[in-house]
Design a protein. Structure first.
Length: 443
């Protein structure tokens, strides 16, 4: 556990806190990348298209539930800052039960309306059967995946950012090992890939359970009775619903755009699966770096140290930029070599061309989106959810509208629409930070 507000050198404090979070995120994305490479090399572009076809919807629902986790964890961070440990324990248990319930409801709804979802996303008929197998197993194990993400946000909220790194190592080993066994040895195809994801998440959940019990013991509340109150439930909802809504808007745009991408055929869908993995490797750097801003800001609110907030934003921006630029340079210069890792040796089809061109020419523009991630983290940390949702709505709305208008000119129109959404939202967030009076009612 660590109080981030007790520091004379905020750059050092942020770096020490952020490194485990970033390494954890990079490990998670590294095994996702390796998973995708395993799929591409053993199952070809059909396998990539099977997994990538439903990726936008899976990401959407996972992100909505992550938003709930992040929102409730802000409240947990505030309680930690206040040293209200008994209440923290009750809120933690309450949030866990709510997450499990929401996961089960979403799983049932997603399976009941499977045919309608597949029709909307325009999944290529050639890969629809395999896409459903992957989708079915992932949805049945959704609760395990969601709880493992919740463990990360809770650990960060109480300043224990080192433990998620250990869990990422464990998850990576289980996931990669499971994929190699199921795909290369047992020839279980995308079914094995989905099973490996769910099993690794379940194993990590067990570890988080024991770790949280240990942390509660250190706080001296392990034997305290859990008390559910309407006040705490209301507060959890007040923090979580806006955060989930923001994720719905953010990734809902990608879901709405996915039919335009899938309509170009399975080769483009396969290429987009590779793009998503490489792009996420970059975004993981600044998104996980920005999580320091959320934890720091929420602890500042709990400790009533409001004067530190602006400095936290400045330090968070510099840190995220320093981490992001090297990966942008490397991926842009070596885009063909990097993208070839996801395909069979010697493959030079359309999927490869689509991925390599995006990574070289369009991915550097994600630097602009760093600003949005920073302010997402900040607005969430100080519980200014209307600002968080407003900025996200501007960016996502721009992406959807621009995609509809520009997609007829070709695939590059979709990429341009994506880039424009980053720029428009960044301008909006900076103006909001400079002009609005967000710092006048923090008490």
């Amino acid at each position: 556990m660590k109080d981030l507000t007790q520091s004379n050198n905020l750059y050092k404090t942020f770096l020490v806190f952020a490194l485990p979070i970033m390494l954890s995120g990079l490990l998670s994305q590294s095994y996702n990348i390796i998973d995708t490479a395993i799929i591409g090399k053993w199952l070809g572009d059909n396998g990539l298209a099977s997994v990538g076809g439903t990726a936008s919807y899976i990401t959407l629902i996972s992100s909505i539930l992550w938003g709930f986790s992040a929102g409730s964890s802000v409240f947990i961070g505030i309680l930690f800052g206040r040293k209200s440990f008994a209440r923290l324990k009750s809120v933690l248990v309450m949030s866990t039960l709510l997450l499990i319930t929401l996961s089960l409801v979403i799983t049932i709804a997603s399976l009941v309306f499977k045919n309608q979802l597949f029709a909307f996303m325009k999944i290529d008929k050639a890969v629809r059967e395999d896409a459903f197998r992957y989708y079915l197993i992932y949805m049945l194990g959704l609760a395990f995946v969601v709880l493992s993400n919740f463990g990360v946000t809770v650990m960060n909220a109480i300043g224990a950012s080192g433990y998620p790194l250990k869990m990422s190592v464990l998850s990576a080993l289980l996931n990669i090992g499971g994929n190699l066994l199921s795909v290369a040895v047992l020839h279980a195809g995308v079914t094995g890939v989905a099973l490996a994801t769910v099993i690794s998440a379940a194993a990590v959940d067990i570890c988080y359970l024991f770790k949280l019990k240990s942390e509660l013991s250190k706080m001296g509340v392990s034997n305290e009775r859990v008390v559910f109150s309407r006040e705490d439930l209301k507060t959890v909802i007040e923090y979580s619903i806006p955060s989930s809504s923001q994720q719905l808007i953010l990734y809902g745009a990608s879901f709405l755009v996915s039919p335009y991408i899938n309509a170009f055929g399975k080769a483009v869908t396969a290429g987009y699966a590779v793009i998503s993995r490489v792009l996420t490797l970059a975004t993981t750097l600044y998104q996980n770096s920005s999580k320091t801003v959320t934890s720091f800001s929420s602890q500042c609110i709990g400790a009533k140290k409001y004067t530190l907030l602006r400095k936290g934003v400045r330090v968070g921006f510099v840190q995220a930029l320093v981490f992001l630029l090297p990966i942008i340079i490397v991926t842009s210069v070596f885009s063909p070599q990097i993208c070839s890792l996801f395909f069979e040796k010697g493959f030079d089809g359309e999927a490869m061309e689509v991925a390599a061109n995006f990574v070289r020419y369009w991915m550097p523009l994600v630097t602009v989106n760093l600003i949005n991630s920073l302010f997402h983290a900040f607005w969430r940390g100080i519980a200014k959810m209307r600002y968080l949702i407003g900025g996200t709505l501007v960016g996502s709305g721009t992406q959807v509208i621009a995609t509809v208008l520009l997609s007829p000119v070709g695939l590059w129109g979709i990429w341009l629409a994506w880039s424009l959404s980053w720029l428009v939202e960044a301008i909006f967030n900076v103006l909001l930070y400079k002009v609005s009076k967000w710092d006048k009612d923090l008490a």
